[in-house]
Design a protein around this ligand. Structure first.
Ligand code: AKB
Length: 316
């Protein structure tokens, strides 16, 4: 069967690279990118539509025009920006999801992908190797919206049979497109500043461990989940997934091995610290490994050297 895939929110950090991967796999014209913003990396190999996921009428026209077999919904407001605009974060993250789930049912979409996050965990969740099923008491609007979104996805699967699939992404590190408004973004900014100034002022403390994933692994994992047979997937809320966990100090050490003399200072009282403090240090992704063969490939050393090699090409 020929796939027609719509990516909503295709111009952010993940969407940009997912579009490249999906177009390589299914053909440029089979993948319709859409966003409220212009592309970070223009790509004329397939259609692009300007769309606001909260405008259900326009979204309906998009579904009518392309009759998608698969939909990826990536439009969202992340943790740090969400704390500045809680009402808008809730609206975008929840009503955007409901619009897409409803239209996917109405238009008989075969598969829907929606990303959740480690932000679904909170101050009372286990912090080390946080299990799939843990106490979940997120206290950011982003985390609350992701947890509600997970429950809604599972509900649409159980109640209506919609084949919706999801991953709880950790921090995602990449060099092609800029991240936007997350707590884990320090792990990207650090590379740009290291190459420009050989120093970085980090908004998280030296010992704040967080689960992270390199973009190549994130894309490979997302496509593997979407390729898995439906009956192999017994989690319809969202799968825990991780690559490696590290602290800012560990990342600075690794960068210093490639860029001698690199220094790091630490800011105090950044509001993102309070968010990071409620998130897991590491997560247990056994269920993803069991159900659809998840296995990360990039170590901290691999990520560091790949980021520096690629950003060097851009900076020079
Ligand atoms: C954020 O920091 O808000 C995101 C996330 C972990 O979901 N990168």
């Amino acid at each position: 069967m020929e796939e027609r895939i719509i990516i909503i929110g295709s111009n952010g950090q993940i969407g940009t690279e997912l579009a490249i991967a999906l177009r390589a796999k299914f053909g440029g014209k089979q993948v319709i990118t859409s966003d409220i913003r212009d592309p970070q990396i223009p790509d004329s190999s397939g259609p692009f539509e300007t769309i606001d996921v909260l405008d259900k009428q326009s979204l309906r026209l998009l579904f009518t025009k392309y009759r998608p077999t698969q939909v990826y919904l990536l439009a969202a407001m992340l943790s740090a920006t969400g704390e500045k605009y809680p009402r808008q974060a809730w609206d975008l993250n929840i009503n955007g999801l409901l619009n897409v789930l409803d239209l996917s049912l109405e238009y008989n979409v075969n598969k829907v992908f929606w990303p959740s996050s480690i932000a679904v965990f909170g101050p009372h969740s286990a912090t080390v190797n946080t299990p799939q099923y843990a106490i979940m008491d997120p206290n950011t609007v982003y985390g609350i919206s992701k947890l509600a979104g997970e429950r809604i996805c599972e509900y649409y699967h159980g109640r209506y049979g919609l084949d919706v699939r999801s991953i709880r992404y950790p921090g995602i590190i990449s060099w092609k497109a800029a991240p936007g408004g997350g707590t884990t973004d320090y792990a990207i900014h650090i590379f740009h500043e290291a190459l420009k100034n050989n120093t970085y002022s980090c908004f998280l403390s030296a010992d704040t461990a967080l689960p992270m994933l390199y973009m190549d692994d994130a894309i490979r994992g997302t496509l593997a989940l979407m390729d898995a047979p439906a009956d192999a997937l017994h989690i319809r809320s969202s799968y825990n997934l991780t690559g490696i966990s590290f602290t800012p100090a560990m990342l600075a050490d690794e960068i210093g091995k490639i860029l001698p003399g690199f220094t790091m200072t630490y800011e105090e009282n950044d509001p993102r610290q309070a968010i990071a403090d409620t998130w897991p240090d590491s997560v247990d992704d056994t269920e993803a490994r069991k159900d659809w063969g998840w296995e990360p490939q990039f170590t901290l050393a691999d990520i560091t050297s790949d980021m520096i090699t690629n950003l060097n090409k851009i900076h020079n």
